[in-house]
Design a protein around this ligand. Structure first.
Ligand SMILES: NC(=O)c1ccc[n+]([C@@H]2O[C@H](COP(=O)([O-])OP(=O)(O)OC[C@H]3O[C@@H](n4cnc5c(N)ncnc54)[C@H](O)[C@@H]3O)[C@@H](O)[C@H]2O)c1
Length: 320
């Protein structure tokens, strides 16, 4: 299969590419190596991917209509995994236009290219943050998700709606995955697992917002990738061919518990500063993964204790 992966140099994109390459797919990676994230880390992930003969990389911005069209015309991908995005629920108002341009206008462009190229299936990353305020736990895909708390969440919800339009009007098979706090090797340095891990090893304090009581549904990256690839292999067949699925571990864990696990693995105490919750953050996230299991026969299963142990082992190994 020939698969185009946007955001290929990012955390999840890297792991998805690795998995597809390992099973023999031809992978076309696209990323603009956005400087809002850790560019060195992106370059390292990319250099690992480039070792595979069935991988090709294009440094490209999804907002660049002309270049993206040429790429689609030339490469003719059969399936597309769209992960490129401006990420993070704490985006400030000044970053709003950038978020909207990449996450909304850029995604619309991807939808249009997939329609024109008659792509067999587009799988894109949405987010648990779309559930917004007041959603009953565990979060079900049936919940309204119409009260987002962050600009980021609003752009992801907009993506789901635009994808529905393309599926309904043009029959484009599309699956949106609402990912819940993905963690693991090569993870994002701006997210709590890597932030905390680094700070603890360097003897710096860590900040727990929501006074440490915030709860998150953590998903080990291999589980997220397994879910994504299974979804990719099984385009929706309904009318319209559209679905949104939660991808989460299925339980809500206090952030303070996550820190306990890091302490156990690192054999060091964390210096914790408790602070109030920040605007944009949900108190709790917890996925109902019944629909994912029904559609793919798979539900994430990595126990958090093991996932944290793997993360720490990788970090220690990669630090030499
Ligand atoms: N990591 C998580 O826990 C999580 C949770 C929910 C949703 N998601 C979603 O999953 C996807 C991947 O997330 P990630 O954690 O790997 O983030 P990431 O920041 O590591 O990867 C995103 C990649 O997209 C690229 N990118 C940004 N703007 C671009 C543009 N205009 N054109 C081309 N490339 C661009 C970046 O350079 C980056 O490499 C994102 O859509 C994110 O919103 C992630």
């Amino acid at each position: 299969m020939k698969v185009l992966v946007t955001g290929a140099a990012g955390f999840i994109g890297y792991h998805v590419c690795e998995r597809l390459l390992a099973r023999g797919d031809t992978v076309i990676g696209l990323d603009n190596l956005d400087t809002s994230g850790d560019v060195t880390l992106k370059a390292t992930r990319l250099s690992r991917l480039k070792a595979a003969p069935n991988f090709g990389f294009h440094r490209m911005d999804i907002r660049d209509v002309k270049s993206c069209r040429e790429l689609f015309d030339g490469a003719k991908p059969e399936r597309v995994v769209h992960l490129a995005a401006r990420v993070g629920v704490r985006a400030m108002a000044s970053e709003g236009p950038d978020y909207a341009e990449t996450n909304v206008t850029g995604f619309l462009q991807v939808l249009e290219l997939c329609r024109q190229a008659r792509v067999e299936h587009l799988v894109f990353a949405s987010s648990s943050s779309v559930y917004g305020a007041g959603t009953p736990v565990p979060f079900s895909e049936q919940a309204p998700a119409d009260r987002p708390l962050s600009l980021y969440a609003a752009t992801k919800r907009a993506d789901e709606m635009m994808a529905h339009v393309y599926s309904h009007q043009y029959g484009l098979p599309v699956s949106g995955l609402r990912l819940f706090t993905v963690y693991g090797p090569w993870g994002r340095p701006d997210m709590a697992p890597m932030l905390f891990l680094r700070a603890m090893l360097e003897g710096r304090s860590i900040v727990l917002h929501g006074e440490g009581k915030m709860r998150r549904d953590f998903t080990y990256v291999d589980d997220a990738v397994e879910a994504l690839v299974r979804v990719l292999d099984k385009p929706p067949v309904g009318e319209p061919p559209y679905r949104v699925l939660n991808v989460g571990g299925g339980s809500a864990v206090e952030m303070a518990r996550f820190v306990d696990l890091l302490e156990e693995q690192l054999g060091t105490k964390a210096w914790v500063e408790l602070r109030p919750a920040q605007p944009g953050e949900l108190d709790v996230t917890c996925a109902d993964v019944t629909a994912l299991e029904r559609e793919t026969g798979f539900r994430p299963s990595m126990p958090l204790e093991q996932g944290v142990a793997k993360l720490v082992a990788w970090y220690r190994g990669s630090e030499g």
